[in-house]
Design a protein around this ligand. Structure first.
Ligand code: ADP
Length: 472
């Protein structure tokens, strides 16, 4: 038969707690009981010995004026502490003694007058008596005598024995009470844990909306339940986001694929219909669109999986903005205002260029007439703003605009260019560069996107050295 269950690691927490409490209480009771018995015994012993010494002093006092035969009987009487009294002469003869005291001297020793001494323990034959002897030398009627008083050990031992038995009988009851109390209390404390465990075990993929019960207490278990619920909420949100991402991505890819496959089916039956306009206006743009979309999706999927890994080189944001300014000028229909100061950050040039380009493309798309580019160093950060005088973004949408596949303008469809991934990619890249991106309202009532990135050289740029230019 296996005795593995005897190992504490196989026990439940309740059992382990109860056994640990039992062991601790037993050890404490044993130590406390031993100390109590010792202290009790010593104190009773001292009290009996003090009583014996006091009696010897009293007897010596009376012997100064009287002979041993004239001693008060009360001084020779025994009680619960004093077992025997003797007055012996120098040769050890007993001159006076208490009732029942032996005829011979309890101790074969006489003391010179005035000397008091503890003469040790004396046992009678066959355990007839057991005394601690106090001796006192004195003079009685001009002859030296020794007063011997025996403090009885038996009552002291009997009291100590009784207390010992009481402790032995009472301790198991105390230990049993502690075991019962600990087992019940730990069981009650762990009941919510079992409820949490059962609920977690029953939560599976489809019902991530369920939560574990939070006990009404404000203890560690309530905190554990709250933390678990927060974790479940995060897992649920992650799962929903993933589902939405997959369904949005499929939806976005379906349209160009439909166009391309329709064209190919047409080409299969009527190859002559596949002419240059069809290729240039439909097939190639849809293929490119799909290619960009897949690249964007891959970038976002990679950033979800393991975070984006970028080069870390010095990048001059002002150069990137100048490049965009030149590009905008090429479009020609928009006025570009730029206030660009040198701003160097550490990061991936291509990724940061993509950030600037996405923001400038959006600004150019929505601007009525003017796009403003701004770059400067503020408190150790490079602050890039791209603003326009377009319709702006409603405050309620300013956070969700960075979510994937969010397109605020219902009139702008897929065919007009946007996939709703541009700002999500901006946000991911900026975050991977330890920066932030926010959107607000520009001075012209349009949108202003602000990107903040840590500067490589904190002293580069500054409000005072901002060159300014305007172009059309
Ligand atoms: P899209 O590819 O659709 O432009 P983005 O992620 O770049 O996707 O932008 C998401 C949405 O945010 C856009 O569809 C548009 O509704 C809104 N938006 C972005 N930039 C601007 C802007 N400068 N002014 C107004 N709306 C904007």
């Amino acid at each position: 038969m296996s005795l593995g269950w005897l190992h504490p690691s196989r026990w439940s927490v309740r059992t382990r707690s109860a056994v640990a409490a039992a062991v601790v209480v037993t050890i404490c009771l044993a130590i406390a009981g031993a100390v109590l018995l010792l202290v009790l015994f010593r104190s009773l012993e001292h009290s009996a010995q003090d009583a014996a010494a006091a009696r010897a002093t009293q007897i010596a006092g009376q012997l100064h004026g009287e002979s041993p035969a004239q001693l008060d009987q009360s001084l020779l009487a025994t009680d619960s502490q004093i077992g025997a009294v003797q007055v012996v002469d120098e040769r050890g003869r007993v001159l006076a003694g208490s009732n029942g005291a032996p005829d011979t001297a309890l101790v074969p020793q006489s003391l010179p007058p005035g000397e008091a001494r503890d003469l040790g323990r004396v046992k009678g034959p066959d355990g007839a008596f057991d005394y601690w002897i106090s001796g006192l030398g004195t003079t009685s009627v001009a002859a030296p005598v020794t007063v011997l008083v025996g403090a009885d050990r038996e009552p002291v031992e009997s009291v100590a024995e009784k207390v010992g038995v009481l402790l032995l009988v009472g301790s198991p009851a105390v230990v049993a009470l502690v075991v019962f109390g600990t087992y019940s209390l730990v069981g009650a404390a762990l009941r919510p844990v079992e409820a949490i465990r059962t609920r977690v075990a029953s939560i599976s993929g489809p019902d991530l909306g369920r939560r574990v019960p939070v006990p009404p207490s404000h203890d560690e278990i309530a905190q554990l339940a709250t933390t678990m619920n927060a974790m479940l909420a995060r897992i649920e949100a992650g799962q929903l986001a993933q589902q939405r991402f997959v369904s949005d991505a499929s939806h976005e890819l379906r349209s160009p694929l439909t166009t391309i496959s329709a064209a190919l089916e047409l080409a299969q039956g009527r190859p002559d219909l596949v002419d240059a306009p069809l290729i240039d206006e439909s097939l190639l743009p849809e293929t490119r669109r799909m290619q960009h979309l897949v690249e964007d999706l891959l970038l976002l999927a990679r950033s979800d999986e393991e975070g984006l890994e970028f080069q870390r080189v010095d990048v001059d944001l002002d150069d990137l903005l100048y490049g965009e300014e030149v590009r905008l000028r090429g479009i020609g229909s928009l006025r570009t205002v730029s206030r660009i100061a040198p701003c160097r950050v550490t990061g991936d040039r291509a990724a940061l260029q993509r950030v600037v380009r996405n923001l400038v493309d959006n600004a150019a798309r929505y601007a009525r007439s003017t796009v403003t580019l701004d770059c400067r160093g503020v408190d150790g950060d490079a602050v890039v703003t791209v603003s326009d005088d377009g319709p702006g973004i409603d405050p309620a949408d300013r956070e969700r605009v960075f979510e994937r596949f969010v397109r605020l303008d219902p009139t702008r469809t897929r065919s007009s260019g946007g996939t709703g991934l541009g700002l999500a990619i901006v946000e991911q890249i900026v975050r991977s560069h330890h920066g932030t991106v926010t959107v607000g309202e520009s001075a012209d009532g349009g949108a202003v996107f602000t990107v903040t990135l840590p500067l490589t050289q904190p002293d580069s740029g500054g409000p005072e050295d901002q060159p300014s230019s305007t172009s059309r």
